[in-house]
Design a protein around this ligand. Structure first.
Ligand code: NI
Length: 159
């Protein structure tokens, strides 16, 4: 278990398309553990592998602080509705901006044992899942911000 260095906007690794995980290895298990540690340490609600410099389709999300979701090779299979709200990113420190996302998503993914499962989420969970999956294709929320990117207060948590 270790805290990894979070890559920031401007670094090329955040603009690349990630490769699927074809086999669960000790190295990828360690990556997942480290991603969870790194996300909690930074008070984030989600983290994608490219944010720690690894171009693999791995995401961790936890919007409650006690319910980690590990998503390997995730893809959105259903989405509906719309929500408009503020979004931030650990790779874009100190900023937030308004982004429109679906209010509901269903994701198909593999777990740490490469077993398929589905995750459904609404509101913040749906937003976090969409945000993290965008990272896997090299996209940051700042590309989708409506209006200005704002400075956030120190005590605000970032997604
Ligand atoms: Ni992000």
């Amino acid at each position: 278990m270790a805290i990894r260095n979070i890559r920031e906007i401007g670094e090329e690794v955040l603009t690349k398309k990630c490769r699927p995980v074809t086999e669960m290895t000790p190295r990828i298990r360690e990556l997942i553990e480290d991603m969870l540690d790194t996300m909690y340490e930074a008070n984030g609600v989600g983290l994608a592998a490219p944010q720690v410099g690894v171009l693999k389709r791995v995401v961790v999300v936890d919007v409650t602080g006690e319910e980690p979701h590990i998503l390997v090779n995730p893809r959105i299979v259903e989405s509906s509705g719309e929500q408009v709200g503020q979004e931030g990113c650990l790779s874009v420190p100190g900023k937030s901006g308004q982004v429109t996302r679906p209010n509901y998503v269903k994701v198909a993914a593999l777990d740490v044992n490469m077993k398929p499962f589905e995750l459904e989420g609404t509101e913040l969970l749906a937003r976090a899942v969409c945000h993290e999956l965008d990272h896997l294709d090299g996209h940051l929320y700042v590309e989708k911000v409506e209006g200005p990117l704002k400075d956030v207060e120190y005590d605000e948590e970032e997604e």
